[in-house]
Write a protein that binds this ligand. Structure first.
Ligand code: ATP
Ligand code: MG
Length: 578
């Protein structure tokens, strides 16, 4: 899709890289980086950035670094560092020996700050934060100079060194760049470079009590690593003048910052801060809850790295922020799993069926094809016996006209097995159906009638005495609204849109026995029911599955329903025909 050799799919970032290679701007080098802040787990939005940065390096014979942007001691943690490395590797990328931390550059970055002070391009400001903020002015009005702006170089150096030495409480002073309070860009109006934080850092411990801001760290870290193309998201576009100013003022290697559009998806959200709120508020079971848009959540849900990479290539990069429909992501995992997930039979909501003319003590091992899309996947044996489970919703005692599945007097095919005809239903005292009775036609073994007669539905089934039980977790969107921020009541926030029905556990689903050996992470298509994977909560006495995605997309069905009822009917019919 993003094959750089086909110009039709060459995005504007790759175009810049290619132009630079042609002009020799960086001496033929391509060097990118992926710079996460270790303050949460990576989400699918980060995957887009990873695929872009590592992808470009790979395609153009360059390099891509993994760099932790760890300048914020309070929010960062080694738990996040570890998870980020695991997720980048899982996605299929390799930073080789280029694992870096912005905190490793703290000394160099500090020395550069002293250089700016000596060049009269930075000063220590002792205004309280609120006054600094108020003094910034507005988009239409210039800011006002801080009374500390004219401090001498010597006084600034002395104060800055004492800030580093820990002589002052938090908030007493900051270091600011001396750019100009009348600058058009608000971010350029003497921005803060350093603040005092008496906080322990997950890597540097208590070595520092002053920490550089993101803006004063990022470009310098890129510079130290000799990055050529510093690719970031659009919200940093108005930080670019500052990125450029620091590199120019310091006279250091000056990478080119290029901004692209963030990934946004419907019915979920991409902010680590908010995802942390969902974890801490116990809305979800953790960062890897399969409803989360995190890479560990998607992995647990059954997503493959291939599907995520294909999705990222498909959405591409542009200069326009937009929201991508969740269906687009789901279609990529469907497409991938359709090719590689073996088919199995699993009855999620079982009802017992007795084949009255089938011998009581007989069991047959029937041949079932593992994956019609992949001949190499071979076949397996599935046991058939007198008592089976069928999906409760595949039976209706009084069916409407278009219902082609099982009902009294109707004949259907049991997948890989026989034609059966419903003869009777058994009910309990309150009228609930407890058992369906059928007869089978021994001449239809394998699922074909030698006399050529047709049936309109093929149903999946599981032999009752061979079935293995499982809990199957079915997921729906994490939020009830496409845009979780869409809240009418001002007293409520986005969390009020959390979908209380986003998890439904189907207990005592009945699976064909070959699934008993499933190991966490194994993926299957349950025929007619969707794609499922074995969950990590599986124990020797309890199988737990997650539904990764339904077979067909509900949204499309609903749209079709409202647009064209006849199409819909045709579709149900083809589904029934299996
Ligand atoms: P969040 O708001 O989720 O915390 P962030 O931008 O603060 O995201 P970082 O750890 O700073 O997270 O991001 C690392 C890299 O991933 C950055 O280059 C950032 O631009 C990119 N990135 C983050 N979110 C997205 C997204 N939704 N789409 C594309 N790239 C993203
Ligand atoms: Mg951030």
């Amino acid at each position: 899709m993003n094959d750089p050799s086909t110009s039709a799919h060459r995005d504007f970032v790759r175009q810049i890289v290619e132009d630079d290679l042609t002009s020799g701007k960086w001496g033929g080098r391509v060097h990118t980086r992926f710079p996460p802040e270790p303050n949460g787990y990576l989400h699918i939005g980060h995957a887009k950035s990873i695929c872009l940065n590592f992808g470009i390096a790979k395609e153009y014979g360059g390099k891509c670094n993994l760099r932790f942007d760890d300048t914020n001691p309070e929010k960062e943690d080694t738990e996040y560092v570890d998870s980020i490395m695991e997720d980048v590797r899982w996605l299929g990328f390799d930073w080789e020996d280029r694992l870096f931390y912005a905190s490793d550059y703290f000394e160099q970055i500090y020395q550069w700050a002293e250089q700016l002070i000596r060049d009269n391009k930075a000063y220590v400001c002792s205004l309280p934060l609120e006054e600094i903020r108020a003094g910034r002015g507005s988009a239409s009005e210039p800011g006002t100079d801080s009374p500390y702006r004219s401090r001498s170089v010597d006084e600034n150096l002395d104060l800055f060194r004492r800030m580093r030495a820990g002589e002052f409480p938090e908030g007493a002073h900051v270091l600011r760049a001396k750019i100009g309070m009348a600058e058009k860009h608000m971010l350029m109006r003497d921005p803060i470079m350093y603040r005092i934080r008496h906080a322990e850092h997950h890597r540097t411990g208590t070595q520092w009590c002053i920490y550089p801001t993101y803006d004063y760290t990022h470009g310098q870290s890129d510079s130290i690593e000799a990055i050529t193309h510093s690719i970031c998201t659009l919200e940093f576009e108005n930080h670019r003048p500052l990125y450029d100013w620091y590199c120019t003022a310091l006279g250091i290697h000056h990478p080119q910052q290029i901004e692209f559009n963030r990934l946004n998806l419907t019915y979920t959200m991409m902010s680590k801060r908010r995802l942390l709120e969902l974890v801490q508020g116990k809305f979800v079971s953790g960062w890897d809850d399969p409803r989360m848009p995190t890479l560990c959540g998607l992995r647990r849900r059954g997503y493959t790295p291939e599907a995520i990479r294909a999705f990222c290539a498909y959405v591409g990069v542009t200069k326009n922020n937009a929201v991508t429909d969740m269906v687009v992501l789901e279609n990529h995992i469907r497409e991938d799993l359709n090719k590689r997930a073996e088919r199995r039979m699993a009855v999620l909501n079982p009802i017992k069926v007795v084949i009255t003319n089938y011998p009581e003590d007989q069991t047959e091992a029937l041949d079932a094809i593992n994956n019609p899309e992949d001949a190499a996947a071979g076949s397996r044996k599935v046991p058939f016996s007198r008592e089976l489970y069928l999906e409760r919703e595949d039976f209706m005692e009084e069916p409407p006209k278009k219902f082609f599945r099982l009902s009294p007097g109707k004949e259907v095919r049991l997948r890989w097995a026989y034609f059966v005809t419903c003869t009777d239903v058994v009910k309990d005292a309150s009228g609930n159906i407890t058992e369906i009775r059928c007869t089978y036609d021994p001449a239809t073994k394998g699922g074909d009638a030698p006399d050529g007669r047709k049936v309109k539905a093929t149903l999946h089934w599981v032999s009752a005495k061979h079935a293995v039980k499982a809990d199957v977790r079915m997921y729906d969107h994490m939020f009830v609204k496409e845009d979780p921020d869409d809240v009418a009541d001002p007293a409520l926030d986005w969390k009020s849109n959390f979908n209380p029905n986003s998890l439904h556990v189907q207990q005592n689903a009945m699976l064909e026995p070959s699934l008993a050996k499933g190991k966490p992470g194994d993926r299957f298509q349950f025929e007619r029911m969707g794609y499922f994977c074995v969950d990590a909560d599986t124990t020797p006495d309890r199988l737990v599955f997650n539904r990764t995605v339904t077979l067909k997309d509900q949204w499309t069905k609903e749209q079709m329903h409202s647009f064209d009822k006849r199409m819909m009917d045709k579709r149900i019919k083809t589904e029934d025909e299996g």
